[in-house]
Design a protein around this ligand. Structure first.
Ligand SMILES: [Zn+2]
Length: 122
């Protein structure tokens, strides 16, 4: 459990570094692509008893660079500019949402924490 917490802390630090890198790219150089090094995506599962270990592990990794998506999510489907269906396995309900800024990213973290808590309570 201690190790688990440690691992997830390291992953969050990685996520923070990735999100912070958004700050260094001037607005005009931000291309609206899906699979680029500077496209960041946050993994959003549905926290309930059906969440499988594979998807849970992705959720712990939390943030993915666009350049990682095609190797990690072979069957992904683009829904729109800001959303990708992860399609990890049949009946997968997970989605990846585009991270466009630090504030929005922090809001996502709050939302995910809240959803996790709600699942534990029910
Ligand atoms: Zn899933």
């Amino acid at each position: 459990m201690q190790l688990q917490r440690c691992v997830s802390a390291v992953k969050s630090v990685k996520a923070v570094i990735a999100v912070n890198s958004l700050r260094r790219i001037p607005e005009e150089y931000k291309p609206q692509t899906f699979f680029g090094e500077h496209d960041l995506w946050i993994y959003v599962p549905i926290y309930d008893e059906k969440l499988c270990p594979t998807c849970e592990a992705h959720a712990r990794d939390l943030v993915f660079r666009g350049s990682e998506l095609r190797s990690k999510f072979k069957y992904l489907k683009i829904i729109d500019d800001g959303r990708i269906y992860a399609n990890v396995h049949p009946n997968c309900r997970c989605e990846l949402y585009r991270v466009i800024g630090v504030e929005q990213y922090l809001r996502w973290l709050e939302i995910l924490e809240q959803r996790k808590k709600e699942e534990v309570e029910t």
